[in-house]
Ligand binder design. Structure first.
Ligand code: UDP
Ligand code: MG
Length: 342
């Protein structure tokens, strides 16, 4: 029988987490085909989520808990779940029942048929029009810019094979944008359309600013188009400036009137002002884009771990992820004993 690890990142989910586990148990628990382990990653919640999870674990030993020392963010929580998972397949889902457990069973069937990655594709979202429009826009831009083939409208909800989970664990980068890294990993991937439900209870934990930051990771970690865009913009504006210069020279030499003026009597204020604004705009934008990449490089070279664990329940203590070997710079997968202890 195959073991499947279900990874559930939780941040202040006390209102919903018991219901979520109940639902998971009801839908999956009876499945004769799979053994399940449930890895809840408490991402520094302040509302007692961890103690609810400890209680659930007392009743259900399949439940494992990783608790972070503070809030490290959703992507870090999912990474930790993958790092601690033992299953032949690893599934990732939200704690708020937006990703229905029933759909997970269908996805697991596809995994059994031989797909190494089965990701959920949101057929419709029960979210505000504005948020939906932003998501749509982001995925279209990302698809055009990214240097990998990326699935549109798919989030982190997925089932992946042990091989893919191991690839993700071995990746050295700190900037974890998992749906991108998952696509990068390759193998046979397939999308599974589903209706994304509304949040069961509680507030969304992603603020708009955090969503924008996540979207920026998608673009800047997977594309150098923005950098190339700077060269292009620089090229176009320089070309325009040279052409303008030539025109001005000709106008001056032949004393041509444009809008009733020649360069001699042109007040010039408007044109200088507009040019100044335009070029300083381009420069600031370019600096900003370069800054994005520099900041990301800075983040990577600090080589801090993606998360810090304060408590593990039901999991052997794994060596903290060491993403690169100090001597030969080749990526290593940290050793992990493949036996579960309670
Ligand atoms: N989450 C997390 N850490 C955070 C923010 C969110 O672990 O800093 C979890 C959260 O508990 C949920 C999942 O990530 O299980 C997705 O968050 P949310 O439902 O707020 O996002 P949305 O579904 O609105 O995109
Ligand atoms: Mg949600």
């Amino acid at each position: 029988m195959n073991t499947v690890s279900i990874v559930v990142p939780c941040y202040n989910e006390s209102e919903v987490i018991a219901a979520t586990h109940g639902e998971l148990d009801r839908c999956l628990g009876a499945s004769p085909d799979f053994n399940f382990e449930f890895i809840y990653v408490d991402d520094g919640s302040r509302d007692g989520t961890a103690s609810i999870l400890r209680d659930i674990r007392k009743r259900d030993p399949r439940v494992k808990l990783v608790r972070f020392s503070r809030n490290f963010g959703h992507q870090a929580a999912v990474s930790a779940g993958i790092d601690h998972a033992f299953g032949d397949a690893v599934a990732i889902m939200d704690a708020d029942l937006q990703d229905p457990p029933q759909v997970l069973l269908e996805m697991l069937q596809k995994w059994r048929e031989g797909f190494e990655v089965v990701y959920g594709v949101r057929r419709n979202r029960k979210e505000s029009l504005f948020k939906r429009a932003c998501y749509r826009l982001f995925y279209r831009i990302w698809q055009r810019m990214a240097d990998i083939e990326v699935p549109v409208d798919s989030g982190d909800f997925c089932v992946m094979d042990r091989q893919v989970a191991d690839v993700l664990r071995s990746l050295p980068e700190n900037g974890r944008f998992l749906r991108g890294l998952r696509a990068w990993a390759g193998f046979r991937q397939c999308g599974h359309p589903y209706e994304r439900a509304a949040r069961h209870a509680g507030e969304p934990k992603y603020s708009f600013v955090r969503l924008v930051r996540l979207a920026a990771s998608g673009i800047f970690n997977f594309s150098d188009v923005p950098l190339r865009f700077i060269s292009l913009a620089g090229f176009v504006t320089s070309a325009l400036a040279i052409m303008g210069g030539i025109l001005l020279l000709l106008q001056r030499l032949f004393n041509i009137h444009i809008f009733g003026y020649t360069p001699q009597d042109m007040p010039g204020y408007t044109s200088v002002f507009l040019a100044l604004q335009f070029f300083s705009g381009i420069q600031l934008l370019s600096l900003g884009i370069i800054g994005e990449y520099v900041a990301r490089m800075y983040g990577e070279i600090k080589r801090r771990p993606v998360y810090v664990v304060a408590e593990r329940l039901g999991l052997p203590s794994v060596r903290q992820q060491i993403r690169t070997d100090e001597h030969d710079q080749t990526p290593t997968v940290s050793e992990r004993p493949r036996v579960a202890s309670n």
